[in-house]
Ligand binder design. Structure first.
Ligand code: SF4
Length: 280
C-alpha cells in the first residue's frame, strides 16, 4: 500500500514520515477494515489480515491491485507509522510471532498513523511558513505544535492510548488554516467544504482558492492551475486531474492523489510520486 511520503525537518526529532513497507509487518493490510465496494473487492474486518497478505508481510497481488479490485490499497499511506510501530514501538517482534500483543500493536498503529499524517502536514506548513513569513510567530507556532505531536507519537503504549486525537487534529487544522491564509493572500475563491461532486471546474480560476474539505468526487479539473490552492482534506476520488498543474497546491497528500485520475501531463508537487495508474 505504501510508498514515499515526506520527511520531518528542523529541530523536532527526525522521524521518518516516509512509508517503508520492507520494515513493516503489513499493518495497513491488517488493521483497517474494508467494505466491498469500488475500492475493495472483499469485506475485511478491522484487525484481520487480508487474504492477499503473504508470509513475508508483502502483498501477493501488488502488481495487479487495481485490476483485481483493490484500487483502495493504491491510495493508502501510513506516513511511516508502519515501520515505527513494527521496529521501534514493538522492537521488531511481529503480530504472528506474538499474537497476544497484536491488539496493542493495532491500536498503537491507528494512533501513530494519525499523528504522522498531522506531522506530514506540519512539515509542509513549516516549509511554507519559512517561505511566506520567515522569522515570524507563525513558523514558531508550527514548530511547537509539530514537537508536541511528535512527543505524543513517541509515547509508550499507555500514553498512546490517552492521546486526544480530535483535539490535536483540530489545533493542527486551525494552524494550517493560518499558514494557508498567509500563503494564499487575499482574494482567492472560498469553496471550503463545498459540494462540488461531478462539477466541471475547467476554466475556473482556482489559484489561491480554498477547497478545504470540499467534495470533489468525479469533478473535472482538467487543465486547472491549482497554484497555492488549499486542498487539505478535499475528497478527490475519481477527480479528473489530467494536465492540471498542482505543483504548488497546498496540503495535498498521496492518498488524495492516488484516489484521483490523472496522466503524464499532470504536474504534482516535487515530493509526491505520480500514481502508477496514471498514464496517457
Ligand atoms: S490487497 Fe494487498 S495491499 Fe491490499 S490490503 Fe490486501 S495484502 Fe494489503
Amino acid at each position: 500500500m505504501s510508498t514515499p511520503s515526506r520527511p520531518g525537518t528542523g529541530s523536532v526529532p527526525e522521524v521518518e514520515l516516509v512509508a517503508d513497507c520492507s520494515r513493516c509487518f503489513g499493518l495497513c493490510c491488517v488493521v483497517p477494515a474494508f467494505s466491498a465496494s469500488a475500492d475493495f473487492a472483499i469485506d475485511k474486518p478491522a484487525g484481520t489480515p487480508c487474504p492477499n497478505l503473504g508470509g513475508g508481510f508483502s502483498c501477493t497481488i501488488h502488481a495487479e491491485l487495481r485490476p483485481r479490485g483493490f484500487a483502495g490499497c493504491t491510495a493508502y499511506d501510513c506516513f511511516g507509522a508502519g515501520q515505527r510501530i513494527s521496529q521501534v514501538t514493538f522492537g521488531g517482534v511481529d503480530w504472528r510471532t506474538d499474537p497476544d500483543r497484536a491488539p496493542a500493536m493495532y491500536a498503537a498503529f491507528r494512533v501513530v498513523r494519525e499523528l504522522h499524517e498531522l506531522r506530514s502536514h506540519l512539515a509542509e506548513a513549516r516549509r511554507l511558513a519559512v517561505g511566506a513569513a520567515p522569522g515570524t510567530e507563525l513558523g514558531r507556532d508550527v514548530e511547537d505544535l509539530d514537537a508536541e505531536v511528535e512527543q505524543a507519537a513517541a509515547g509508550v503504549l499507555e500514553e498512546l492510548a490517552r492521546v486526544d486525537l480530535p483535539a490535536l487534529g483540530a489545533r493542527t487544522g486551525a494552524l494550517l488554516a493560518r499558514v494557508s491564509a498567509t500563503v494564499r493572500g487575499p482574494g482567492g475563491t472560498d469553496l471550503a467544504r463545498g459540494d462540488l461532486v461531478g462539477a466541471d471546474l475547467r476554466g475556473r480560476d482556482l489559484r489561491a482558492a480554498t477547497l478545504r474539505g470540499a467534495l470533489l468526487l468525479g469533478a473535472d479539473l482538467r487543465g486547472c492551475v491549482l497554484d497555492r490552492t488549499d486542498l487539505l482534506g478535499a475528497d478527490l476520488r475519481g477527480a479528473r486531474l489530467h494536465a492540471a498543474d498542482l505543483s504548488r497546491a497546498l496540503f495535498l497528500t498521496r492518498p488524495q492523489v492516488g484516489a484521483a485520475l490523472g496522466d503524464l501531463a499532470t504536474v504534482l508537487p516535487q515530493d509526491l510520486p505520480r500514481p502508477g495508474h496514471w498514464t496517457d
